[in-house]
Design a protein around this ligand. Structure first.
Ligand code: HPA
Ligand code: ZN
Length: 324
């Protein structure tokens, strides 16, 4: 086992909290809330984890969320992650959440954010992990729905560090949300966006130029465009790469084919993250360990990845410099 991969203090910057929902907890909450899942038991659910692309994953991901109903459910979801993240070396996490996936089912926005916040605000004291929230808009929903979600978030502005963009990428370019992100920036939120996972490099350009993102989530397809690579390097724009996710969702065939090493060789500010670890076969330490093995990354490269994670984070500058 690569002990350094787990022991290195690191920031997790690409983690969907709903993607940490383990089958055991899914069925516990289904029973507690009297919700019938389309899978009879844990084994049947796990058999549905044979994904062929992003869409095939999202179908299962959204189906499992149907059991999340109360504030306590959201607290328990985040607590389950936070209580186990330290053993992966996580000392800071900026977690995504998908409010529209819950409000569309009739769960009030307040239930979602109050539940998550209870876990997040007490995480440092309980687990030694500083935590913050990034609110994602679902890009396969309308601009109008994103604006309505932004309005609902305004009273909770200081609980959210940034807004992001996730869900089915192809056909839903960042430009669709230019006006929403302009408003978010005007409200003082930072911005990030999934781009260049399944979508083309043009979507990464749009995320930079139209959404003014501080970092790009995934971004692996940026390598297809040398001008884009130069821009990312010159402006030190971080990329939150998720290797095990990319294999599970068939963005790459195997870990040995993953472009992470090329991205490091191009001097990009690349970070390694877990995306939806309950679904993709491992948490962040496992992602570090498995890329180290598959791509023959030495200890110095792992250290660079961990340092990059703090440089790329939204931690306040003085705390961040202590980690660098
Ligand atoms: N990509 C896009 N949307 C998502 C993902 C992802 O990897 N995980 C959860 N929502
Ligand atoms: Zn993601």
């Amino acid at each position: 086992m690569n002990q350094l991969a787990f022991a290195l203090p690191k920031a997790e910057l690409h983690l969907h909290i709903e993607g940490t929902f383990e089958p055991g907890l899914i069925f516990t909450l289904a029973e507690r809330n009297g919700v019938q899942l389309p899978y009879p038991n844990v084994d049947a659910l796990r058999r549905a984890y044979a994904f062929t692309d992003l869409r095939s994953f999202l179908d299962v991901y959204y189906a499992a969320m149907a059991v999340l109903r109360t504030e306590r459910d959201f607290t328990e979801l985040a607590d389950a992650y936070l209580s186990r993240a330290r053993e992966q070396g996580v000392v800071h996490v900026e977690m995504f959440f998908d409010p529209q996936a819950h409000t569309a089912r009739g769960i009030p926005f307040a239930t979602v954010i109050d539940g998550l916040w209870e876990a997040v605000r007490t995480s440092e004291a309980r687990f030694g992990i500083s935590a913050s929230l990034i609110m994602c808009f679902l890009r396969d929903q309308s601009e109008e729905s994103a604006f309505a979600t932004l309005d609902e978030a305004l009273p909770y502005g200081d609980r959210i560090v940034a807004v992001g963009l996730d869900s089915a990428e192809v056909g839903h370019p960042p430009s669709k949300f230019r006006r929403v992100f302009e408003r978010a920036l005007a409200e003082g939120w930072k911005t990030v966006a999934h781009a260049g996972e399944e979508g083309p490099p043009a979507y990464v350009w749009e995320a930079l130029d139209l959404l003014r993102v501080s970092r790009v989530d995934h971004g692996v397809r940026s390598l297809e465009d040398p001008r884009l690579v130069a821009r990312l390097r010159d402006e030190r724009i971080p990329l939150t790469v998720c290797p095990l996710s990319n294999v599970k969702l068939r963005v790459v065939d195997t870990l040995a084919d993953h472009p992470l090493r090329r991205m490091l060789d191009e001097d990009l500010v690349v970070t390694v993250n877990s995306d939806d670890p309950a679904y993709f076969g491992g948490y962040i330490g496992t992602n570090y360990a498995q890329v180290a093995q598959a791509l023959h990354l030495d200890d110095a490269a792992l250290l660079t990845l961990a340092r990059n994670s703090f440089e790329a984070s939204f931690i306040d500058v003085r705390t961040r410099d202590a980690y660098l």
